[in-house]
Write a protein that binds this ligand. Structure first.
Ligand code: ZN
Length: 133
């Protein structure tokens, strides 16, 4: 298992970790298989989306905040119930194919670590499972 450290800069943040994942694939000579990425946090998640136009991540975060406001009729007493809900909506893991030493992503796709209760230093866990085809 490989660990990535992600430093988020604000309470809500989307950090593009695509290049960190590409570096892991390159440095470890991963050729063909699948890369699992897991976020071991309850108020952060991970997603794939457009990394060409930065306004896409702004729209994603602002719409999530509109759907799940920071204050509301929540039972969780830590004051971060919205962050827990957003983390579950986004999800905590991804699987990406690796073919001939490269991540298989669409032209405009990038992998984003999604912070909902930062800024913090976070972890992403990565595991590669190789295959013949
Ligand atoms: Zn909490």
């Amino acid at each position: 298992m490989i660990e990535i450290t992600v430093r988020t800069r604000s309470r809500e943040d989307m950090v593009d970790i695509t290049s960190k994942l590409e570096e892991i694939v390159r440095k470890n000579n991963f050729e063909n298989g699948i890369l699992h990425i897991y976020v071991p946090h309850t108020t952060a998640g991970i997603t794939v989306n457009e990394n060409a136009d930065p306004s896409v991540k702004v729209d994603i975060m602002s719409k999530l905040s509109e759907l799940v406001p920071r204050s509301g009729n929540y039972h969780h007493l830590e004051g971060n119930a919205d962050a827990h809900i957003k983390a579950s909506i986004v999800g905590s893991s991804l699987t990406i194919f690796v073919e001939e030493g490269r991540l298989v992503l669409g032209t405009w796709q990038g992998v984003f670590f999604c912070e909902f209760d930062g800024p913090r230093t976070r972890r992403c866990l990565v595991k590669f499972v190789g295959s013949e085809t």
